[in-house]
Design a protein around this ligand. Structure first.
Ligand SMILES: O=C(O)[C@@H](CO)OP(=O)(O)O
Length: 207
């Protein structure tokens, strides 16, 4: 029954800094993950969900080690790295359509076919009001964070292409019954010292 629904707080983080070969985290990444875990240590998470790639697995393990209580880790393809939505040219702004489509087409045909279905299932699993108010943590990748944030704001779906996130940065989304969903915290790095901030982010101002 809708009356039984509670507010869901979804904590979403991008994995910490990764080695270029994809085999895991750098030393700096391990430090980022531990500091992130320390920031989150008193949040009573029900579960730490994470993607299957080593950078997400290791980040989730290091975060879990810092939590005050034992929280189960749950690996899920839905928390993995995929293209969440493939826009058509006519829904994009004319002055940036070619640029955005070139970016999307860097992914393989298989990724472009399967990603949107995973994204649909991820929205069903991780978003919207829930049975319990116990928060959940999702350790994931840049694209899925962009998708969850733009969907929480009811932005046009192609807008996921315009957001980027830092390694080990925190975003918190709120889904309250009978209210629009909300972005409470976004790409926040206050748990990291200056030398560990902004990794994984495109070139530009660091503020
Ligand atoms: O490749 C990337 O830019 C993103 C896409 O989601 O992945 P990751 O967060 O793993 O770096």
């Amino acid at each position: 029954m809708p009356g039984d629904q509670r507010t869901r707080y979804l904590y979403v983080v991008r994995h910490a800094e990764a080695l270029p070969d994809g085999s895991g985290l750098t030393d700096r990444g391990r430090e980022q993950a531990a500091l992130l875990g320390r920031r989150l240590q008193d949040i009573p998470f029900a579960t730490v969900h994470h993607g299957p790639l080593p950078r997400a697995v290791q980040t989730a393990q290091l975060v879990k080690q810092q939590l005050a209580v034992d929280v189960p880790l749950e690996v899920s393809e839905l928390a993995g790295d995929y293209v969440p939505y493939v826009p058509k040219k006519d829904e994009l702004p004319t002055d940036s359509a070619d640029h955005l489509l070139r970016f999307v087409q860097q992914s393989s045909p298989e990724e472009l076919e399967h990603g949107p279905e995973l994204a649909r299932l991820a929205l069903a699993r991780f978003t919207g009001p829930a049975d319990s108010e116990q928060p959940e943590l999702l350790v994931t990748h840049n694209f899925l964070i962009a998708w969850l944030v733009t969907q929480a704001l009811d932005a046009p779906p192609w807008r996921w292409l315009t957001l980027a996130h830092c390694n080990a940065a925190l975003t918190v989304l709120r889904y309250t019954p009978g209210r629009p969903s909300s972005v409470l915290v976004y790409n926040d790095m206050q748990h990291l010292p200056a030398a560990l901030r902004w990794t994984g982010f495109p070139p530009g101002p660091r503020v």
